[in-house]
Design a protein around this ligand. Structure first.
Ligand code: 3UK
Length: 533
């Protein structure tokens, strides 16, 4: 590792895992040979230098910022942070906002100033923010004024010292008083730039540290080689930029491609569909639930501009992929990513897509299926997924580093099978396996079968204790409007599953519910169902 650092505040660097607990990093493509000095905020300067000044960088409602305007706002925010708030390189800045133009500018402003971005989901409350602020030792914040209550609550309980708000605060006015140029801090390509907290389907949040070069690497792997964006594309998506899925899809990939970001002004899928139609969105990022929700909308959105649709966060069932293809003519690009790896490392696009499979390792990454002892398994067997590439897991001061990384490989906690042709098939989360009468049953397989029934909108399957069988499969089912819940439909669903997959896997218990517990990133929280079961 290059010894040079621009960080004056070295807290994050000082709390990286020891070298022997790090995954192996590999830079096997020419585009991954980054120079020793690199500031990821330079993506914006590069776009303007390439002649994109007047091109729309961000559009929302009836407003737009050109690349020149976005760069100017980012530079002015960098000056506010450095000149007024005392940010030094390496200092952490909380960014607490919904996806909006000022949040994008603030992200680049923090990065250009050499700060470490700690972005948080807009729905987090004071207590949850405090955990993150304490863990990353955050002293400065930029936040949307509508979220001031949570931020002020956290400020009262933590070492957070200064907050500037926008959209009802003074950030805009302070930025406007600054010159529009800024010399990006000359960070090392391996200086930390993000602490991304995991969305937490289980346990306490873990802070994943990523370097300046990691931000470029997600664009130079998944985006460049699988998504292949063109400058005329318009990107949009539901994941918040606090979630690295959203940071890549809604911010970094479009900017790295010189394309346009379209932002939704309101949450919800009608607002998403409205944005797609209004701005001619070509490239969409959302989770499987998002695609199912868009399919159910009744307001006559045509969604005809869509050309590329990316799904991640949880497995994309073949039934959802097929339904979306029938409705739109677009085959969804599934991809598995994680906060630890920063973005997608197995995926497929175009003719490479095999509905139901996640895909093949993204160029730059290697993936394997391992047995319990960590030995590679032959093709066709089911085991633990291991990956390595230009990015990887570095938890900030966390013992769990040893769980995610072993022998230089990142272990995602997923169970996968690689078929004879090399495609990777998701089987389940290691902790979502149900063992009934000695048989292993993957929750996802039963869920996929249920989802093929026309009356089922959403479902979740867990194992519940059973005296006779150890565990049995229990399904929680959300029905489409108009379907009648009751014992008759339960029996119909059970028979349906028995016809679709091996009968021993059928859910012996079925409960109809109005909604399923989800994380803020839309991931099913099976552990919440287990707690109540
Ligand atoms: C699961 C998937 C099957 C899998 C993420 C894209 O989801 C992201 O990050 P998280 O840290 O969760 C990681 C875990 O989520 N998962 C994600 N995608 C898929 N399972 N098929 C998929 N396509 O268990 C993984 O280990 O919240 C996704 C980009 C950036 C991200 N942070």
């Amino acid at each position: 590792m290059d010894e040079y650092t621009a960080h004056v505040d070295t807290f994050v660097r000082d709390h990286l895992p020891p070298p022997d607990q790090l995954p192996q990093f590999r830079f096997d493509l020419p585009e991954l040979n980054y120079p020793p000095r690199l500031n990821a905020g330079g993506l914006l300067d590069r776009a303007v230098a390439a002649g994109l000044s007047d091109k729309a960088a961000v559009v929302w409602g009836d407003q737009a910022w050109s690349y020149a305007q976005l760069l100017a706002h980012a530079n002015q925010i960098a000056r506010v942070l450095v000149e007024d708030m005392g940010l030094v390189p390496g200092g952490r800045v909380l960014l607490h906002a919904p996806n909006c133009a000022w949040a994008v500018a603030a992200w680049f402003g923090i990065v250009k100033a050499g700060g470490v971005v700690v972005a948080t989901m807009p729905m987090l409350r004071a207590g949850e923010l405090s955990t993150v602020i304490d863990k990353a030792k955050v002293t400065l914040a930029i936040a949307h004024a509508a979220l001031a209550e949570a931020v002020e609550g956290a400020k009262a309980q933590t070492g957070l010292e200064q907050v500037v708000y926008f959209d009802g605060g003074e950030l805009e006015a302070r930025a406007a008083s600054k010159p529009a140029d800024f010399a990006n801090v000359d960070t090392a390509s391996d200086d930390p730039v993000l602490v991304a907290f995991t969305s937490g389907t289980t346990g306490k949040p873990k802070g994943c540290v990523h370097f300046h070069r990691d931000v470029l690497a997600m664009a130079d792997t998944f985006s460049r080689h699988v998504l292949k964006p063109q400058p005329d594309e318009v990107f949009c998506g539901t994941p918040p930029m606090a979630f690295t899925f959203g940071l890549g899809g809604v911010v970094i990939f479009p900017i790295a491609a010189g394309a346009t970001i379209a932002l939704t002004e309101k949450p919800g899928f009608d607002a998403l569909a409205e944005t797609i139609d209004r701005h001619g969105v070509t490239t969409l990022f959302t989770a499987p639930t998002g695609y199912r929700a868009l399919l159910k909308l009744k307001n006559g959105w045509h969604l005809k501009s869509l050309k590329k649709c990316v799904s991640a966060g949880e497995a994309l069932p073949a039934a959802t992929s097929d339904a979306w293809f029938e409705a739109t003519g677009v085959r969804i690009i599934d991809g598995i990513g994680s906060t630890e790896m920063i973005h997608i490392f197995i995926s497929a696009a175009g003719d490479d897509i095999r509905p139901g499979a996640t895909g093949r390792p993204v160029p730059g990454y290697e993936a394997r299926v391992l047995d319990e002892a960590g030995r590679p398994l032959p093709l066709g067997s089911t085991g633990r997924l291991a990956v390595r590439g230009p990015t990887g897991c570095r938890y900030l001061a966390d013992e769990r580093q040893k769980v995610y990384v072993a022998n230089g490989w990142n272990l995602t906690g997923d169970v996968y099978r690689q078929d004879e042709d090399g495609w990777f098939w998701f089987v389940g989360r290691a902790d979502d396996m149900i063992v009934s009468s000695g048989y292993n049953i993957a929750a996802a397989e039963v869920e996929n079968a249920l989802l093929q029934h026309p009356k089922v909108a959403e479902c979740a399957v867990i194992g519940v204790p059973d005296e006779e069988r150890g565990q049995i499969c229990k399904a929680y089912v959300v029905l489409h409007p108009g379907a009648e819940p009751g014992p008759e439909l339960a029996a119909e669903l059970q028979a349906f599953v028995k016809g679709a997959i091996a009968p021993y896997k059928y859910p012996r218990a079925v409960e109809f519910v109005r909604e399923l517990p989800k994380t803020q990133t839309g991931k099913l929280q099976r552990f919440k169902l287990r707690e109540t079961a």
